[in-house]
Design a protein around this ligand. Structure first.
Ligand code: NAP
Length: 243
C-alpha cells in the first residue's frame, strides 16, 4: 500500500490484514505497522518498498505537489513494480476528476491515464469526499458568524472507514481495467451540509449560499462530483457529526 500514514491509508491496514493480506505500507515517513520508507517524488527506495508485491493499493497523494507525486510518482511506481508478480493495482481517485476543472483533479485524472496506459491489471476507484474533509473545508470557509458556501453545489460525502472496507473488497475481486465509483448514501447540497455542520460544530453560524460563476462552479452544480454508478456507503454525514 502507498500512503499508509494518510487518513485513508491508516484505516486500510487493519481491514487488509483481516482479509488475509500480509501488508507492507509505504510513505515518506514509513511509520506505523509494516511501514517502510519510499518517496514517489524522487523514486527513493520505491523498488525496495514494492519488491514482491502481488497486490498494490495506491493511496498516496500530495495535493500541494500533485504533478510530481501523483502523476510522475505513479509513473515511477509503474516502473518499479514487479510486473510478473502483480495481480491487481487499485488506484484511489476522486469522483469527477474527468469533468471538474480543478488543478488537483486534473493531476489525478492524468495519473489514471498513466495507469490505463501501463498495461497493468488495474482498477481506478473514484470515491467522493471523506466526511472529515467536508469538516475541514467548512471550518476554513467560516468568516466569524457567517459561513458562505457555493450555491447549488452537489456532493455525496462518504465515511472513510467504509471507503477502506470497499477498497479491500474491490482489490479482492478481479481488476476491472477501468473506473469504478463509490460514494456516501446522500446526494446533498453544500448548503445542506453546511447547515448540519453549523448546528453540530459552530452553533449560531449563519450559512449563506452564494452563486459561484465559472466552469468549476458549473461542474459541481451539474453533479460532476456525485457518483453515477457503483456501490454506496451507509453512514451519513449527520451520523458522522453526531457519532
Ligand atoms: N480526502 C478525501 O476526501 C479524498 C476523497 C476522495 C479521494 N481521495 C484520495 O484518496 C487518497 C488518500 O487520501 P487521504 O486524504 O487519505 O490523503 P492524505 O491523508 O493526504 O495522505 C497522503 C499519503 O500520501 C503519502 N505521501 C505524500 N507524498 C508522498 C511521497 N512523495 N511519497 C510517498 N508517499 C507520499 C503521505 O505520507 P508521508 O507524508 O509520510 O509521505 C500520506 O500517507 C488520495 O489519492 C486522495 O486523492 C481523498
Amino acid at each position: 500500500m502507498t500512503g499508509g500514514t494518510g487518513r485513508l491509508g491508516q484505516r486500510l491496514i487493519g481491514p487488509l490484514q483481516e482479509a488475509g493480506h500480509s501488508v507492507r505500507q509505504m510513505s515518506r515517513r514509513g511509520t506505523g505497522p509494516g511501514g517502510v520508507r519510499g518517496d514517489l517524488a524522487t523514486g527513493f527506495d520505491l523498488a525496495t518498498a514494492l519488491a514482491g508485491a502481488e497486490v498494490v493499493v495506491h493511496a498516496a497523494s500530495d495535493r500541494g505537489d500533485a504533478w510530481q507525486v501523483d502523476v510522475a510518482g505513479t509513473r515511477r511506481l509503474v516502473e518499479a513494480l514487479d510486473r510478473d508478480r502483480l495481480r491487481h493495482l487499485l488506484y484511489v481517485s476522486i469522483v469527477g476528476v474527468d469533468r471538474i476543472p480543478y488543478g488537483y483533479y486534473r493531476a489525478k485524472f492524468a495519473a489514471e491515464q498513466v495507469l490505463l496506459a501501463s498495461g497493468l491489471p488495474v482498477t481506478l476507484l473514484r470515491v467522493t469526499q471523506f466526511h472529515h474533509l467536508v469538516d475541514v473545508l467548512l471550518d476554513g470557509a467560516r468568516r466569524g458568524p457567517v459561513l458562505p458556501v457555493p450555491m447549488g453545489w452537489r456532493v455525496q460525502p462518504v465515511d472513510v472507514g467504509e471507503v477502506a472496507q470497499h477498497v479491500v473488497d474491490v482489490v479482492g475481486r478481479p481488476p476491472t481495467g477501468g473506473v469504478v465509483e463509490y460514494g456516501g448514501p446522500e446526494d446533498l447540497s453544500a448548503a445542506d451540509l453546511a447547515r448540519a455542520w453549523a448546528v453540530a460544530r459552530a452553533p449560531g453560524t449563519h450559512v449563506v449560499a452564494t452563486p459561484l460563476p465559472g466552469k468549476l462552479g458549473a461542474a459541481f452544480r451539474d453533479g460532476a462530483a456525485v457518483p453515477t454508478g457503483g456501490e454506496r456507503g451507509r453512514r451519513t454525514y449527520g451520523q458522522h457529526l453526531h457519532g
